[in-house]
Write a protein of this length. Structure first.
Length: 744
């Protein structure tokens, strides 16, 4: 292993840079990092291959030196290792120590210092290393500091440390040496007289005497700077040393450690991030609290593990200036929240919704989110963002741009790691702006939606949502033909790139300008036991948390964003949603739990909308994103699936193509293409023949003497058809649109 290059390999739970030997299978010559291990000429062969400097260390009989193709003579990577059977002492480490380099390497060196002082002399055959191994019961990781004897079989030194009294004495000796080391008066973190002599060169600038003292004091009890014990309320020294005999560390449960592991990792990530930002500072006043300050914007007090009667938050950010704001962070491990053994999906929803009605913005992060935030592309976890393809992402950016936002800002805040979204909100907690971002995010789903209700009124929207939720609750997809009415609401469903179903509504009761359209969305996660435990469901669970983090801001933009478990779906009261005429989901939660804060009046009912054809006629090309999106939903799918792709490939600028685009945007029914009339088969490019309408679009005659065109037009006229060329119909487009049937 090498430590002078980027770590790209995993070995025994650590990220390292492997440096194997590459051994020639033809002759046994070895190279390391592309250079020969033994760099000398082996003979005086004068062939071209032999004179190749890259081959000079190979043996004379090597096929490579005789001109053979290198692909036919593999160079096998070889790692050298040896097994040592000896005495070792494993110390199970707390997560908060492992994830901070200053703590773990300082404690590692301090333990060696204490062992030397406890045994006397300098037992150089003792060494310490870090080790990790999976926990069979939970699948999580256990972290150990291993103190071992370099001599085969051991020398008996370490056996004494299995006695708790001797181990405590070694820690006490280490503390005594650290407290009296001269470097405490030299303004140095540590020195060669205490920790540096037991520390690898690459960690010399990391270890700290004070960090080591802090860990030892947490184990033994606090002392002052002179080593005198701190007295408790009873006047006796505070003693924190407690020992329980167990046959194996396997019996030490990791349930609490896993949660603390995530918390420690989040804090470590926050420290790293603020260290790289010019306008952000993290001030830690203790292990349970601190302050996150920005050069411009809101400043926050950070508290760990705050009890809220019905839930315990992992971190709470409380604004320290301006109106009081709260941001609650949950760090969810998949194994303890979304598996068959620990299915807390529905309960998590209930608890976090109760926080939202108390003016808390809730962010939910996972282990994978933190890994991706820390390691980026080098992380093993798969990101669940962006949640849909590039075309849908562009559509969402269009929405946001028409609302007055910047495309780049939208992508950085929304199509981002949930940790980055959290930090972006803490930097700029403008709920209205985040509400617009949430609306644009849902707008991206308009690229490929399935309609449940078109131009619906409140009652129809309510029934469509209720039916869809009942289906999702049973683990089924909503089915049936979409309902069509005379209202101004679209009820749609879509699935993101990771299989998460989403219901969403578009309410244009107040107009179709981007700021007037109101959006609502429900993210529904199947939580039946039979679907839990798969990699696909884990991705959907993470996507569900990602969507919920952002959809909550729809409540601040006239709509609703709901996080819902499938087991609760059929019982969800859709009547409270703004799109169904209710007061809104968030306000309904406030009404139930804080009646004194209930709004004085419900939102006004939306006015009735226009019919399908009229609605699309107002959504011509060049309108707003909202108008164009509504037009795409209401027009006949045959235009986009069958007609326009062929026309735009063969004749993109022709009159026929322009006519097809215009009629599609007007929401008109698609025609029969390549129609033929009568026994002679008189051709027409487009033809409509139903509901008393007989209209055809025919090709342009080849000059004034085109007899074939004249006879064609007469045949159509005799059969009761109105016939014109595409250019002529474009001149009378409004008249044509009035006569043609709307898409159904």
């Amino acid at each position: 292993m090498r430590f002078d290059a980027k770590a790209e390999d995993d070995f025994a739970g650590h990220s390292v840079r492997m440096a194997p030997f590459h051994v020639c299978t033809g002759c046994g010559a070895a190279t390391a990092d592309g250079r020969p291990v033994f760099d000398h000429h082996t003979d005086a062969l004068d062939s071209a291959a032999a004179r190749n400097p890259k081959l000079k260390h190979h043996q004379p009989w090597c096929p490579l030196r005789r001109g053979k193709n290198p692909q036919d003579v593999p160079q096998e990577p070889v790692l050298l290792a040896h097994q040592l059977r000896t005495e070792a002492l494993r110390v199970l480490l707390p997560a908060a120590t492992v994830l901070v380099d200053e703590k773990i390497h300082s404690f590692r060196a301090a333990l060696r210092l204490g062992v030397d002082h406890h045994f006397g002399g300098d037992p150089q055959h003792l060494d310490a290393t870090l080790a990790r191994m999976p926990d069979n019961g939970t699948g999580e990781t256990r972290h150990f500091l291993v103190l071992f004897d370099r001599l085969p079989g051991g020398t008996g030194y370490l056996h004494r440390l299995t006695d708790p009294a001797h181990f405590r004495a070694a820690l006490a000796d280490a503390r005594r040496a650290l407290l009296t080391c001269p470097c405490r008066d030299e303004g140095r973190l540590a020195c060669h007289r205490c920790l540096h002599r037991y520390t690898e060169e690459r960690h010399q600038d990391t270890v700290s005497r004070l960090e080591a003292l802090g860990i030892i004091n947490d184990l033994l009890g606090p002392v002052d700077q002179d080593g005198e014990p701190v007295l408790g309320e009873d006047g006796r020294p505070v003693d924190l040393w407690q020992v329980t005999q167990l046959p194996s560390t396997d019996l030490i449960g990791l349930d609490k450690q896993v949660e603390s592991d995530l918390e420690a990792r989040f804090l470590a990530a926050l420290r790293t991030w603020t260290g790289q930002e010019r306008d952000a500072v993290l001030e830690e006043s203790s292990t349970a609290s601190g302050y996150l300050r920005f050069g411009q914007g809101t400043n926050w007090r950070l508290t760990a593990q705050r009890d809220m009667e019905y839930t315990r938050t992992d971190f709470t950010f409380e604004s320290t200036d301006g109106p009081k704001e709260y941001v609650t962070v949950y760090l969810d491990g998949h194994r303890y929240h979304a598996t068959r053994a620990h299915n807390r999906i529905a309960a998590d929803c209930d608890k976090r919704n109760r926080l939202r009605d108390r003016n808390h913005v809730v962010f939910q992060l996972t282990w994978d989110d933190l890994e991706l935030f820390e390691k980026g592309a080098a992380a093993k976890a798969e990101p669940v963002w962006p949640p849909y393809p590039r075309s849908a992402q562009d559509a969402a950016k269009d929405w946001y741009e028409e609302m007055g936002g910047e495309r780049a800002d939208f992508a950085q805040a929304v199509f981002a790691n949930p940790v980055e979204a959290l930090l972006a909100y803490l930097r700029d907690p403008a709920k209205e702006r985040w509400g617009r971002r949430a609306r644009a995010l849902v707008g991206g789903l308009m690229a490929e939606p399935a309609a449940l209700a078109m131009q619906a009124d409140h009652a129809q929207a309510r029934q469509a949502l209720r039916s869809a939720l009942e289906a999702y609750g049973a683990g089924l997809e909503p089915s049936g033909e979409p309902v069509t009415g005379d209202g101004a609401v679209l009820v749609l469903r879509a699935t993101d790139s990771y299989g998460l179903p989403l219901l969403f509504t578009v309410d244009a009761s107040d107009g179709e300008e981007p700021e007037a359209v109101r959006w609502s969305a429900l993210a529904v996660l199947d939580d039946r036991n039979e679907v839990l435990g798969t990699d696909a469901h884990k991705l959907r669970w993470r996507a569900w948390l990602y969507w919920s983090n952002l959809l909550q801001f729809l409540a601040f933009a006239g709509g609703d964003g709901v996080q819902l478990a499938g087991s609760r779906a059929s019982a969800f009261p859709v009547d409270v949603l703004a799109v169904t005429g209710g007061i809104g989901e968030l306000d309904s939660l406030i009404a139930v739990r804080r009646p004194e804060d209930t709004p004085a009046a419900v939102r006004e009912a939306p006015s009735a909308g226009t019919g399908t054809g009229a609605a699309v006629a107002e959504a011509e090309a060049g309108g707003s994103v909202a108008e164009r999106a509504v037009a795409r939903l209401l027009r006949d799918a045959a235009w986009d699936e069958e007609i326009l792709p062929l026309l735009e490939e063969d004749e993109p600028d022709s009159a026929l193509t322009r006519l097809a685009r215009a009629l599609a945007e007007h929401g008109k029914k698609a025609p029969v293409c390549g129609f033929e009339l009568g026994e002679r088969g008189w051709p027409a490019d487009f033809a409509w023949q139903d509901s008393g309408v007989r209209i055809a679009v025919v090709a342009v005659p080849h000059g004034e003497d085109d007899e074939e065109a004249r006879r064609r037009d007469k045949a159509y006229a005799d059969a009761g058809w109105t016939v014109r060329t595409a250019a002529d119909w474009l001149d009378g487009l409004d008249s044509l649109a009035e006569r043609l049937p709307d898409a159904s």
